[in-house]
Design a protein around this ligand. Structure first.
Ligand code: FES
Length: 107
């Protein structure tokens, strides 16, 4: 059973807009770009800027602080794709944007 978390209604995140959702104590950035929705970790691994505040062009978000670039479709650092941040499936169900995020593993 997928663990879906509702972000908002489809009409509440227009094309070209970004948003966030907090799940399990972590902020996830949501993007509506090129007619599709994407979800990646919001916190830039360099120094912690919010990627949802970045500019998106050609499927890549640029961090607003020091311009590291991350692909929206897989969370890879565009300049060194071996480095990746979390990337999550986005689904549309009954007019709602939902992100599939696994539960944290028990320690
Ligand atoms: S905080 Fe994102 S590039 Fe520095």
């Amino acid at each position: 059973m997928p663990n879906l978390h509702t972000v908002c209604a489809v009409g509440e995140l227009p094309e070209g807009q970004n948003g966030t959702i907090d799940v399990h104590g972590k902020t996830i950035a949501i993007f509506h770009s090129g007619g599709s929705y994407f979800a990646i970790d919001d916190t830039c691994p360099h120094m912690g800027a919010s990627l949802s505040s970045g500019c998106v062009e050609d499927g890549i978000v640029t961090c607003p602080w020091h311009y590291w670039r991350f692909r929206l479709n897989d969370g890879a650092w565009a300049d060194n794709p071996r480095v990746k941040i979390g990337c999550y499936p986005v689904k549309i169900n009954d007019g709602l944007i939902q992100v599939e995020i696994p539960d944290p593993q028990p320690k």
